[in-house]
Design a protein around this ligand. Structure first.
Ligand code: APR
Length: 249
């Protein structure tokens, strides 16, 4: 089954020029970053409403920052895996290649991906709650919890989209544009339950694109996808690259 799906997926990709990819926490699982809803997932250990909402931050910014500092510590200690690296290599291989991620871990950029749409923000960025300016910060552990804005002294918050918050309009419109324009969309390592990200493959399908899902477990998208490959991203993507055999394209 898997080999036949791999070669069918390779056929679709080989004949396409415009590719869009949507990734979720699953692509970083093999690097050692916890997913959200899987076994030992973050939302099994912690209550999202205590840590990933504007209300939680208003109530206890120190607690929220301590949690993000813990997550930054995990991510600082890991590297991109063959799944991330394959997608970074493909960016140069397809005339149009857009990588849309729900992940805030920065591992796609670390793997070399450039045309990257970080829908939910980035854990290595902070935003001033007064001036709304965004700055990079790679300290792990954080020097000060909670951190304050060096220019105005106001509280800094993680530059991450929390539950109940809207996504950045530029990011989400770029993501929908790439979904409408692509001929093939790969959906990798997401449970496809969080919107608006989960609407992107539907938009792509409605615009005539073929949908290829890669996930060890079935998701609500599996029956909609043209091909749904059961496997881990770090294993399946390099094998798909072999099947594709770009040669000197
Ligand atoms: N390779 C591919 N997929 C995997 C792997 C792997 N090695 N390991 C797990 N998965 C799959 C799981 O089967 C699951 O379907 O990855 C998916 C991870 O799902 P979630 O934990 O729900 O993560 P995600 O879909 O990215 O969550 C979406 O929800 O909590 C919010 O903002 C947060 O961006 C996040 C959003």
């Amino acid at each position: 089954m898997e080999n036949r799906d791999l070669s069918r997926a390779a056929d679709l990709l080989r004949s396409a020029r415009r590719i869009a990819v949507l990734t979720g926490a699953g692509i970083s699982a093999e690097s050692g970053v916890p997913t959200f809803r899987g076994p030992h997932g973050l939302w099994r250990q912690f209550r999202a409403e205590d840590l990933a909402t504007p209300e939680a931050f208003a109530r206890d910014p120190k607690l929220v920052w301590e949690w993000y500092d813990w997550r930054r510590g995990i991510i600082a200690g890991v590297v991109p895996n063959p799944g991330h690296r394959t997608l970074a290599e493909w960016e140069a291989r397809f005339p149009e290649f857009a990588l849309i991620t729900q992940n805030v871990d920065g591992l796609h950029a670390k793997a070399g991906s450039q045309n990257l749409i970080e829908l939910h923000g980035n854990i290595w960025k902070m935003r001033c709650t007064k001036e709304d300016t965004v700055s990079d910060d790679f300290d792990s552990p954080l020097k000060k919890i909670p951190p304050f804005c060096p220019s105005c002294g106001a509280l800094l918050r993680p530059h991450i989209v929390w539950f109940g918050e809207s996504l950045d309009t530029t990011m989400i419109s770029r993501a929908f544009a790439a979904s409408s324009a692509c001929e093939v969309m790969l959906v990798i390592g997401t449970s496809s339950v969080v919107y608006p990200a989960a609407a992107l493959p539907i938009r792509a399908g409605e615009s005539g694109a073929k949908i290829i899902e890669v996930n060890p477990d079935p998701t609500p998208l599996s029956s909609y996808a043209d091909i749904s490959i059961r496997g881990k991203a770090g294993d399946i993507l390099p094998r798909l690259a072999e099947c594709l055999d770009f040669g000197d394209r």
